[in-house]
Each structure stands twice: as structure tokens, then as C-alpha cells.
Design a protein around this ligand. Structure first.
Ligand SMILES: Cc1ncc(COP(=O)(O)O)c(C=O)c1O
Length: 362
């Protein structure tokens, strides 16, 4: 076209997981929570609907106060976003000049690379080891921003705080620890934001709080970082509905924790079921698992499941070509998935015992 920035014209753009418009799919492709949010959210949204003629609070004071209270940090250290994706954008705008090196261990959330492309920064992928551990000294010290999803997607694996601390200690720029899935994990790394001046912790209400459709996330960092992030954000970046719904959800932590408990229990069943069907499944600390096959082609499993109206995520990259990423649904959805996969690969459906593998290509 000639008038579009060359970097934008050349880039592919982020490709989100499929969101079918008809509801007749078992959706296990975008790591949504299978359970609804707290009933208090609905009540809060109904009340707020009366006030939609007014702009929202641009600084999200009440929400940030609640977040600060939950984590025991001053509210000046909290920034709210239209999903945690919004905070990722703020970070790129604030810390990366054109051509600056920006790194992340890969494979990971592909939006990091897309945001680099938009900003004109130079993306430096650092491969995870085979077992998804990471050598901190492999992360380039000159990086202006390092993104680490912890738990990581699509692997579901968790890096130890010591590894992240070592990265924070060696890089010139900021370390973003993206904890979108951390409520499903055994531990978080919030403490790193207290111990390191260059760490930004990111949280999302899309997963554990079941609010993917509302769009709300936040970052925690030292005050100077937060005040600079604020300068680059859209002025009313969190809507009235997101503020009200988020405040209500954060006011009902037991509801979230109960949903997390159910998801973690189903994750165990899903992992065991997939292993019985012959998949290698990485131990997951998130609300999804990465399941890899040595027999039947993963791409085909993905496509055939889709015909059976079950969506899972497939990544056509050399490292992930043999894998599917499966979100943890309800027990019923998980059972349906396992039955269909067994049918596709010609295995006998496990009833607690071992599945028999048929001809993988038959
Ligand atoms: C690692 C990671 N970070 C952030 C996000 C985005 O979360 P949000 O819905 O809060 O923008 C996702 C969404 O899938 C994710 O996988």
C-alpha cells in the first residue's frame, strides 16, 4: 500500500486462538476457565450499567487499592490494564526504543514477539532446554525488556524464582514476569518485585477469576516504573464495567479459589488420561497441558477433534509440531475429549487401566 509503516505491513500480526461464534464447541483452545465468575460480578455489572454515560476512573483507584490490599503492596505500585495484554503494550512503549533488544525464553506466548514487531524492537528468542528449564546466562544481558511467562504457555512449566532473580540481576532493562496463570501454580514470584528494582509482575483476571470476556489485568512494580507506564497508557484504558466487575471478583477470593481447586483436580485427570493414551505430558502448573505424541500426527488430532467440535491449540513450529495444548475444561468436557482422541488414534478408551494403541496412522 505504501503508506503503512513497513514493519507493520511486513508483520503477520498476532493470531489469537479461534473464538467460534456458535456455542456448540467444547472450547479447550484458549485457556479460559470452564466455570463462571463469582455471582457478585453479575450484580456489580448490572449496577454499573446505570452509569455508562460517564467515563471510568482513569487511574482505577478503587480497584488498585483492592489489588494493593490483597498483595500487601502500596497502591502506587499497581497499574491496571485492559487485560494483562494492555500492560504488556505499556511496557513495550515505555522501555523499548526502535532496534532495542527484547528477549524471552521460547516457545512462549507469541504476543511478546508481535509487540516487538509493532514497536520496531529486535526480538531475541532464547530457547528453553528440552525440559523447559532455562540457563539465566543465556538471556542477553543487554536486553531492554525480558518477558518470561511463569507458568509458561504453552508448556505449563514453572521456572524457579532463583532463575528469574538471576535474570533480573544480569540484564540492563526490565524483567516482566507474566503470571497470568499463577493461581493454578504452587507458588508465585511476587516477592521478586520487592527484591529487584527492575521486575514487573503481571497478573490477569482472565484465567483464575473467569473474566476473560471482561478484560482486566494488572502490573506490580516499583513506583517509578508504574508512574512511567501510566504516561503511555490509553487514558481510559479500563472500562467502568471492568472496574466494577473486577472489584467484585477480587472481593470474592473464595469463589476463585474453589474454581482453581476444581481445575487443578481435573488437570490431574486430564494429564493421566492423556498419558494413558500414549502422550508425553509435561507437568503443568497452569490451566492447560502440553501433550506430545510420538505416533499419530498432532496436527491431524487437532483437525479431527475440530470436526468433532472440540477445539484444542496446535502450533505449527518445529518444536511444537508433535504437540497439542489442551485447556482444562470441566470433568465432562475432559472425558469427551479423551473419548474422541482415543477414537481418533484407535486406542481403547481407558477406564483407569492402560489404553491399547492401534495403528497410529490407520
Ligand atoms: C502468558 C499469557 N500472558 C497474558 C495473557 C493475556 O491475558 P489477558 O486476558 O489478561 O490479556 C495470556 C492469554 O492467553 C497468556 O497466555
Amino acid at each position: 500500500m505504501g503508506i503503512v509503516r513497513r514493519a507493520i505491513e511486513r508483520m503477520e500480526g498476532y493470531r489469537p486462538g479461534e473464538q467460534p461464534s456458535d456455542g456448540k464447541f467444547i472450547k479447550l483452545n484458549t485457556n479460559e476457565n470452564p466455570y463462571p465468575p463469582s455471582p457478585r460480578v453479575r450484580e456489580a455489572l448490572a449496577g454499573e450499567a446505570e452509569r455508562l454515560q460517564l467515563y471510568p476512573d482513569p487511574l482505577a483507584e478503587a480497584l488498585r487499592e483492592r489489588i494493593a490490599g490483597i498483595h500487601g503492596v502500596p497502591k502506587e505500585r499497581v497499574i491496571a490494564g485492559n487485560g494483562s495484554d494492555d500492560v504488556l503494550t505499556m511496557v513495550m512503549r515505555t522501555f523499548a526504543e526502535r532496534g532495542d533488544p527484547v528477549a524471552s525464553p521460547v516457545p512462549t506466548y507469541t504476543l511478546y514477539e508481535t509487540l516487538c514487531g509493532i514497536q520496531g524492537a529486535r526480538y531475541l528468542p532464547v530457547p528453553y532446554r528440552e525440559d523447559y528449564s532455562l540457563d539465566p546466562s543465556a538471556v542477553p544481558a543487554r536486553a531492554k525488556v525480558v518477558f518470561v511467562a511463569n507458568p509458561n504457555s504453552p508448556s505449563g512449566t514453572l521456572l524457579p524464582a532463583a532463575t528469574l532473580s538471576a535474570i533480573a540481576g544480569r540484564i540492563a532493562g526490565v524483567l516482566v514476569v507474566d503470571e497470568a496463570y499463577v493461581d493454578f501454580a504452587r507458588r508465585d514470584c511476587l516477592d521478586l518485585a520487592r527484591r529487584h528494582e527492575n521486575v514487573i509482575i503481571l497478573r490477569s483476571l482472565s484465567k483464575s477469576f473467569s473474566l476473560a470476556g471482561l478484560r482486566l489485568g494488572y502490573g506490580i512494580a516499583r513506583e517509578e516504573i508504574v508512574s512511567n507506564l501510566r504516561k503511555v497508557k490509553d487514558s481510559y484504558n479500563v472500562s467502568r464495567l471492568a472496574l466494577a466487575g473486577g472489584l467484585a471478583a477480587l472481593g470474592d477470593l473464595p469463589w476463585m479459589r474453589e474454581n482453581v481447586r476444581k481445575v487443578v483436580a481435573t488437570r490431574r485427570r486430564l494429564t493421566a488420561g492423556l498419558q494413558r493414551l500414549g502422550f508425553g505430558v509435561l507437568p503443568s502448573e497452569a490451566n492447560f497441558v502440553l501433550a506430545c505424541t510420538t505416533g499419530y500426527p498432532a496436527r491431524q488430532i487437532h483437525e479431527l477433534l475440530k470436526r468433532k467440535r472440540i477445539l484444542v491449540r496446535y502450533y505449527d513450529t518445529p518444536r511444537l509440531r508433535d504437540c497439542i495444548r489442551v485447556s482444562v475444561g470441566t470433568d465432562e468436557e475432559t472425558e469427551a475429549l479423551l473419548v474422541q482422541i482415543a477414537e481418533i488414534i484407535g486406542a481403547r478408551i481407558p477406564t483407569g487401566g492402560k489404553a491399547t494403541r492401534g495403528n497410529p496412522h490407520g
